[in-house]
Design a protein around this ligand. Structure first.
Ligand code: FES
Ligand code: FES
Length: 146
């Protein structure tokens, strides 16, 4: 199996069996964003306590890339400190610029499956939608001192 096939499988797996799809009931920061190019929306929720992301969930409509990316993101950030998650957002965005990114400090593999998206500019917005929502929510939660 080529790396491309492997990556495609990982993306389809997250799309078909999204992790953390749903709502957090209590005390969550919610950010709704839409992709202006296609009108698809994602709503990301995160529960932050003492500077740590205890939980992240999402809901939304969108293409396979956007939903798989949201699923990967919610898995990746659980348990991270807010600053670590913001660093991860930066790394993800560097990967979307086609840079060779080393995610070693983070215990995740799936996210690299999206690296190929950087070759398709129209789809970068799809892949980054949930991450932008996360970033906005984390900055809000920092601002209100969670
Ligand atoms: Fe997402 Fe075109 S805007 S594929
Ligand atoms: Fe709308 Fe990808 S086409 S988010």
């Amino acid at each position: 199996m080529s790396l491309d096939d492997l990556y495609r499988r990982v993306i389809m797996d997250h799309y078909q069996k999204p992790r953390n799809r749903g709502r957090i009931e209590d005390g969550a920061v919610t950010v709704d964003l839409n992709n202006p190019t296609c009108g698809d929306r994602v709503s990301v929720q995160m529960r932050v306590k003492d500077g740590t992301i205890e939980e992240a969930k999402f809901l939304g409509e969108g293409c396979s890339i956007s939903l798989a990316s949201a699923s990967m993101m919610t898995e990746a950030v659980r348990g991270l400190k807010v600053e670590e998650a913001l660093r991860l957002v930066d790394l993800f965005s560097e990967m979307m610029q086609g840079k060779d990114v080393d995610f070693e400090q983070f215990p995740l593999e799936d996210i690299e499956a999206l690296s190929g998206v950087s070759k398709f500019p129209a789809r970068i917005k799809c892949a980054t939608l949930a991450w932008k929502a996360l970033e906005k929510g984390l900055k809000n939660s920092q601002a209100i001192g969670h």
